[in-house]
Design a protein around this ligand. Structure first.
Ligand code: NDP
Ligand code: FMN
Ligand code: BYR
Length: 295
């Protein structure tokens, strides 16, 4: 008993040291996991609100046996001088007004003329889309340009079949109601008539020369920016389109166009001149004071 009572203070002290040691260690582990996720499924670049299904790189996965992602050539990339055109304040104002006026005339047009469009113009428009910024300069886009009448018709068949189900079942009453003002339905004549269809695919990951996957950071945002630039480039040459997102058609269109498994359809754009009798809904745009907050 006497031995026990003399040991108790020592025992308590040792116990305290052990508890403090464990507590500090667990805190350090927690902090480390907050700063640098050891969990390889953490994908801070994939915006959950966007439902960006960005695929994760397999760098640390079972089939990984090397440092493929370490590209020394890219580490040594030279940085070159950059001095783009600059304008006086009055020139800037004039240019900004002119560009705004041009873009303010852009409308989604669903009545497209069959009149042929010079192919080189479309190539330049797509080149322009390819100037978009992209996460880590991964350029995660593929623009499939379709002009073949049979392929356009097959695309129409796929889209109309799915869009009919979309309107009748998948979209629901509220969405269908919200679209009433646009007078859209599942009949998509422009898919046969427009001289070009551009199907924009986002590459959810890339493929390295070794066959391994390369992470495409923020691929959906990157491709969406390139689509915005594409729309501006079309407007610049007097062509029209309608941004379409044919729900549930992605996998069928991907397989029709023989696109690889790392690509997902983001948008389908019929492109051409507006038909002479084209009409658009008389929509109004929000004024500056409703879209801009100054701080
Ligand atoms: N961003 C969005 O919120 C949405 C956009 N859309 C638009 O609708 C159009 C067509 O898309 P939709 O067909 O509905 O949707 P998806 O193209 O996303 O495909 C639907 C289903 O097929 C799977 N899938 C598609 N492509 C691939 C691929 N390459 N590899 C593996 N799985 C694939 C999807 O998988 P998974 O579930 O893993 O993605 C999903 O389960 C597009 O224009 C798209 O932008 C449609 C739905 C939602
Ligand atoms: C992300 C997105 C998806 C769209 N999806 C479709 C679509 O599937 N079908 C369609 O006819 N229009 C679609 N539109 C076009 C819109 O209906 C159109 O932009 C909107 O009515 C405003 O008209 P405006 O483009 O003439 O300004 C889409 C537009 C965006 C930005
Ligand atoms: N994809 C359908 C429905 C649709 C139509 C217009 C839109 O702005 C949106 Br969002 C969806 C269609 O093309 O008819």
């Amino acid at each position: 008993m006497a031995v026990f009572s003399s040991l108790t203070p020592v025992f308590v002290a040792v116990l305290c040291v052990i508890i403090v040691f464990f507590f500090k260690n667990s805190q350090r582990r927690e902090n480390r996991s907050k700063q640098k996720p050891s969990d390889q499924t953490a994908r801070p670049w994939a915006d959950e609100d966007l439902q960006d299904n960005t695929e994760i790189s397999t760098k640390h996965s079972e089939d990984d046996d090397g440092d493929d992602w370490l590209d020394t050539a890219e580490e040594d990339l030279v940085h070159i001088p950059y001095s783009p055109s600059q304008y006086s304040a009055s020139e800037m104002l004039q240019r900004s007004e002119k560009f705004y006026s041009l873009m303010n005339l852009r409308r989604s047009v669903r009545c497209i003329s069959p009149e042929p469009v010079p192919k080189e113009v479309i190539h330049n428009v797509i080149r322009t889309a390819g100037t978009a910024p992209s996460g880590a300069h991964t350029e995660p886009w593929t623009f499939v340009l379709v002009s073949d009448a049979d392929v356009k018709h097959k695309i129409r068949e796929i889209v109309e079949e799915e869009e009919e189900i979309n309107y009748k079942q998948r979209m629901g009453d509220k969405w269908v109601h919200d679209l009433k003002k646009l007078r859209t339905n599942w009949v998509k004549e422009y898919l046969d008539v427009a001289p070009y269809l551009i199907l924009v695919f986002k590459q959810i990951y890339g493929v390295l020369p070794s066959g391994k996957k390369r992470t495409h950071y923020y691929n959906e945002i990157s491709v969406s920016i390139s689509c915005g630039i594409l729309l501006a480039a079309l407007q610049n040459v007097g062509l029209v389109t309608v941004t379409t997102t044919p729900l549930n058609c992605g996998p069928q269109l991907r397989s029709l166009l023989q696109r690889p498994a790392n690509e997902k359809l983001l948008m389908l754009l019929p492109v051409g001149y507006p038909s002479p009798d084209a009409k658009v809904p008389d929509l109004k745009r929000k004024p500056l004071d409703q879209i801009m907050m100054t701080v």
